[in-house]
Ligand binder design. Structure first.
Ligand SMILES: [Zn+2]
Length: 311
């Protein structure tokens, strides 16, 4: 059994974009409940996430952008929701949650690099993979996985980090941040054409972008991902693997139109384990992105963590 850290914080639930918004605080509750019910929580080491220092976030985003988000966050502390883009807004708890979500990834990298744990799952929100260098969008404020990757490189001196993104939406923000940075390989599978319709064909040998037709099932998903991701990853030999773990490609998800099931998340996690075991001393840090059907989200996260654990 692998030693896995579970990074979360109750304040990630005070970020609330309105009771009709799919990116709801209940998502973390659903994950927690399911992990407890399956007895998996007992096998995880729990860490309270700590807020990221701004200079860690400024490795991925310009100072001016971070300052603007911070300012909107302060303006929202006593009042109503302030819109940041068409489907993203900040309320009283949003800045705190965003800093915790960015901080958790860095903390998880620190613990994994120190050898205290082998792998980690960050149950945090808001998600991050749509946040481009200087653009908040798609429920995302800071690009948590990008901040974690740059922490591994700049602070821990790694030369090659891979980010695997199996959310139903393309990780456009992550591609935007690393499009000219070959130290980070970004492998993203996504329904296409579909939101965000950005950075889906950005060129670069270190960018592995895998579009999948709406309505595809797990078989189609597996075929494409196996062909695209894993030979590229074997060649790249990442020293650390980060996962943008979105579960909205699940067939029950209300936003996505792919038809994955829990077993598909078991499958991809097992292949990621193999790459990690071959190249990165087993080190994996997985960070929550999307997943909007509460039941499917809880079950899929359990399937994912179970595979990382019993590898
Ligand atoms: Zn998504």
């Amino acid at each position: 059994m692998k030693h896995i850290g579970y990074f979360t914080h109750s304040d990630c639930m005070i970020h609330d974009m309105g009771h009709m918004h799919p990116e709801s605080p209940m998502r973390l509750q659903a994950i927690d409940t399911r992990l407890q019910a399956q007895g998996l929580m007992l096998d995880l080491t729990r860490f309270d996430a700590e807020p990221a220092e701004l200079d860690l976030i400024e490795r991925a985003h310009p100072h001016q952008y971070v300052h603007e988000i911070e300012q909107i966050g302060y303006d929202a502390i006593n009042g109503d929701l302030i819109p940041v883009d068409g489907d993203t807004s900040m309320g009283p708890g949003s800045l705190r949650a965003a800093l915790l979500a960015a901080g958790a990834g860095c903390q998880a990298v620190d613990r994994v690099m120190a050898g205290d744990i082998q792998r980690a799952f960050c149950a945090t929100r808001p998600p991050g993979h749509h946040a481009e260098k200087a653009l908040a969008m798609g429920f995302c404020l800071f690009n948590n996985v990008a901040v974690a990757a740059l922490h591994a490189i700049e602070h821990h001196g790694l030369e090659r980090v891979a980010i695997i993104d199996f959310d139903v939406h393309n990780g456009n923000g992550t591609v935007d941040i690393f499009k000219d940075d070959e130290r980070v390989m970004v492998c993203s599978s996504f329904q296409h054409p579909f939101y965000p319709n950005r950075h889906f064909d950005t060129p670069g040998e270190h960018l592995v972008l895998t579009p999948i037709n709406a309505g595809s099932d797990g078989l189609e998903f597996r075929k494409k991902v196996e062909t695209d991701f894993f030979p590229a990853l074997d060649q790249f030999k990442p020293e650390l693997i980060l996962i943008s773990a979105g579960f909205d490609a699940h067939t029950e998800d209300p936003l996505g139109e792919l038809n994955l099931v829990e077993d598909d998340y078991r499958w991809i996690t097992t292949l990621i384990n193999d790459i990690a075991n071959r190249h990165s001393q087993s080190r994996i840090v997985s960070i929550l992105e999307g997943g909007y059907h509460l039941g499917a989200l809880g079950r899929s996260v359990c399937a994912h963590i179970e595979m990382m654990l019993h590898d």
